[in-house]
Design a protein around this ligand. Structure first.
Ligand SMILES: CC(C)(COP(=O)(O)OP(=O)(O)OC[C@H]1O[C@@H](n2cnc3c(N)ncnc32)[C@H](O)[C@@H]1OP(=O)(O)O)[C@@H](O)C(=O)NCCC(=O)NCCS
Length: 187
């Protein structure tokens, strides 16, 4: 089996990583980029620049034996006045979505190039990213038209909080999910 080396990065590395992250996005989301304005490379680049400018931004990138990028994951902590929960459509107790700036890590992106799917690489990138965090919990959004990805996250210990549509043009409907940053206990 090919050995995958996972490296950790932070916001100081963002400018150097940017072309690589955009190249992998453009390949992985090629079909969506064609058909869906919300998935455009420009919009993704704007989002990447916003996220990676945050001081708490962190990123894991996987490389194979030849140094080829196999995929990556990144995110950043939600600030106190997080816009993240602004599009939540499900009623939840206020304390569930109260942010302190150090409470919740938002996993913004996870993607793996096709040859490395179903190899455990996605899970390793995800676990390595969350393992370094000091926040108590993490959140992510998964497109409701991708039930298999939703099920995959459930199998990784994520639970569904409710429906969320970001207040952005052309935004799809997502499941908002939560998980403790520490892996669920096996005992
Ligand atoms: C999500 C991802 C990292 C998971 O990798 P993995 O753990 O190796 O798992 P798989 O690639 O086998 O994906 C699990 C299932 O979800 C499906 N799936 C994955 N991404 C999908 C997408 N964007 N849209 C629809 N279905 C998707 C796969 O086809 C697979 O279904 P199958 O078991 O019937 O083959 C990888 O599939 C990927 O990079 N997908 C594209 C980017 C993406 O959707 N990221 C998640 C954003 S929330």
């Amino acid at each position: 089996m090919t050995r995958i080396d996972i490296r950790h990065y932070d916001h100081r590395d963002a400018a150097e990583l940017r072309p690589l992250l955009l190249e992998v996005y453009t390949e992985v989301y090629a079909a969506a980029v064609e058909n869906n304005p919300f998935a455009s490379v420009d919009r993704f680049a704007e989002g990447l620049d916003g996220w990676s400018a945050k001081p708490g931004w962190s990123c894991t990138v996987g490389y194979d034996n030849d140094g080829q990028t196999v995929g990556y994951a990144y995110g950043a902590p939600l600030p106190k006045d997080a816009r993240w929960w602004g599009g939540l459509l499900t009623d939840v107790p206020a304390d569930v979505i109260t942010e302190t700036g150090t409470r919740t890590y938002a996993l913004s992106e996870l993607m793996v190039r096709t040859p490395w799917r179903k190899t455990g690489t996605a899970r390793r990138l995800h676990d390595a990213l969350l393992a370094e965090r000091t926040e108590e919990r993490a959140t992510l959004l998964v497109d409701q038209t991708h039930p298999k990805v939703h099920a995959l996250y459930e199998s990784w210990g994520w639970t569904t909080l409710g429906d969320l549509r970001p207040r952005l043009e052309n935004a799809p409907l997502f499941h908002a999910m939560l998980r403790p940053t520490a892996p669920p206990s096996t005992h």
